[in-house]
Design a protein around this ligand. Sequence first.
Ligand code: RP5
Length: 170
Amino acid sequence: MTSIKVAVLTGSDSDLPTISAAVKTLEKFDVPCEIRVLSAHRTPGQTMQYVKDAETRGAQVFICSAGMAAHLAGVVAAHTTRPVLGVPMGGGLMGGLDALLSTVQMPPGVPVLTTAVGKAGATNAALGAIQILALNDSALAERFAAYKQAMTQTVLEKDTRLQETGLDDY
Ligand code: RP5
């Protein structure tokens, strides 16, 4: 029985090039996770079973990505009391506005914490899951603080370069 902290579900293998950013981010922070292709519409029974199985193996947070009429995160949220982060995929109408609204517009009582559409959302869902887990894991909290510090440093270095060289390099 493999223990995990974060379970990532995605509605189709066509989402993998995008949602893989979540898994790569979790792995970078040494967070035990796994990714499954499971659909709210195409594999409803297996999706429900998987949520229970992932919980028994320690999953604290669920990340769910789907496109078009994106119901996966909402369905998972219906079957767990643990936090669910929803990542809308961009392949459908209006660059993913369909999936964004399907994911974010949950009725009161069943929250899905929804990210930006696409790869930025996939990365942020992983970082959000890390922040949740870090509340009870000081080593992980330190790794996340170091990540933010490095990001700040990178931006400041870019600004320094801009001030030194002007816009000619851009
Ligand atoms: C959604 O439908 C999936 O998450 C995917 O984004 C979209 C299209 O799925 P495929 O037809 O590519 O399998 O359920």
